[in-house]
Write a protein that binds this ligand. Structure first.
Ligand SMILES: C[S@@+](CC[C@H](N)C(=O)[O-])C[C@H]1O[C@@H](n2cnc3c(N)ncnc32)[C@H](O)[C@@H]1O
Length: 316
């Protein structure tokens, strides 16, 4: 981000929300270790799934154990690269309040949403009901207003169908409050739109599209992130500055993906070159992830003068 402009805070933590298999945190720790930046650093992981937390621990730690003390704010801890302490939390609120680099990669698209549909009576919430066949589910349109349709529909709304994720809006606000009070920065990367998205709720099973209402516990459920809502929620109260969202293509181009590609290309075998070209095109082509996948960052509003002088890399 903006180099060393926030100074060299000690201690500081890297916080990943929803780390999946822990691959991104692994990469971050490896890169930080090249710059000898892991001293006075800890890694906090917010993960709801104990199953995935075990996989993350296997990928990140030389040793780890579960915490049985019920008054503990974290439920697992371990030791990673260069002895860095790693702790697992169920909730962002429980993570220590210190200078934090927050990473959320494909996290917000996994959070719950409410779906709304325009009808002749105004907007109504789409709910899930038990279907006629045993064990089946179906969508229904609420006959009347629901608490969610009263609370989450903006007067300016005009789409036929749209989604709101109140949990996402709360989490981004918590991040903004923490950045203002304790310093740090946040990088959010996800499939998303800027307020124009409509019916984006999907399920994937074994990387294939799947009906979200069939075996719902066995598929990944996702809805594109509404970056406009997320940004508005983050900016309420002027605690942070927001940069982006920008498309993944723009972000990676500004971060110098072509230099990296050319360096890797020079020493690649024929097979490696094929894989390299394929990965490059998946990441930057607009018909793949180049356009739908977006990046946004947040920094404390107190850094405005510095950021005017030294714009955030990847977003300027
Ligand atoms: C789609 S996966 C993304 C994994 C990883 N970041 C990646 O990009 O590959 C979503 C992750 O968020 C976790 N998750 C979903 N809802 C959560 C919640 N409310 N609190 C904490 N973690 C959650 C999931 O268990 C999973 O690790």
């Amino acid at each position: 981000m903006s180099g060393q402009k926030p100074g060299c805070p000690k201690p500081f933590q890297i916080l990943e929300l929803g780390p999946g298999r822990g691959s991104l945190s692994q990469d971050i720790l490896r890169v930080f270790s090249h710059f000898q930046s892991l001293k006075s650093c800890s890694l906090a992981l917010v993960e709801a799934s104990p199953y995935l937390a075990n996989i993350q621990a296997r990928n990140l730690c030389s040793q780890s154990h579960n915490i049985t003390n019920s008054s503990s704010l974290f439920y697992k801890e371990g030791v990673g690269l260069e002895g860095i302490p790693i702790r697992w939390y169920s909730r962002l609120e429980d993570v220590p309040n210190i200078f934090t680099i927050v990473i959320a990669h494909e996290f917000f698209d996994a959070l719950p949403i409410h779906k709304f549909q325009k009808t002749e009576y105004g907007y109504r919430e789409i709910l899930i009901d038990i279907g006629e066949k045993e064990g089946s589910f179906r969508y229904i349109i609420a006959r009347n207003d629901t608490p969610a349709s009263k609370a989450f529909i903006q007067p300016s709304e005009s789409r036929d169908h749209f989604e709101v994720s109140p949990e996402s809006l709360l989490i981004i606000k918590t991040i903004a409050n923490r950045l203002e009070s304790f310093g740090g920065l946040a990088l959010i990367a996800d499939y998303g739109h800027c307020g124009e998205g409509t019916d984006t709720f999907r399920a994937f099973k074994k990387h294939k599209l799947h009906d979200p209402l069939v075996e719902p516990g066995k598929a990944d459920l996702t809805a594109d992130v509404d970056f406009l809502q997320l940004k508005e929620s983050a900016l309420e109260g002027d605690k942070v500055l927001a940069f982006g969202p920008v498309t993944q293509r723009d972000f990676l181009m500004k971060m110098g993906i072509d230099h990296r590609y050319n360096a890797l290309e020079k020493n690649a075998s024929k097979e490696q070159l094929e894989a390299l070209k394929f990965s490059y095109s998946i990441m930057v082509d607009e018909k793949h992830m180049g356009k739908r996948f977006k990046f946004m960052s947040l920094l404390p509003a107190t850094m405005k003068n510095i950021l005017d002088k030294y714009p955030v890399v990847g977003f300027s």
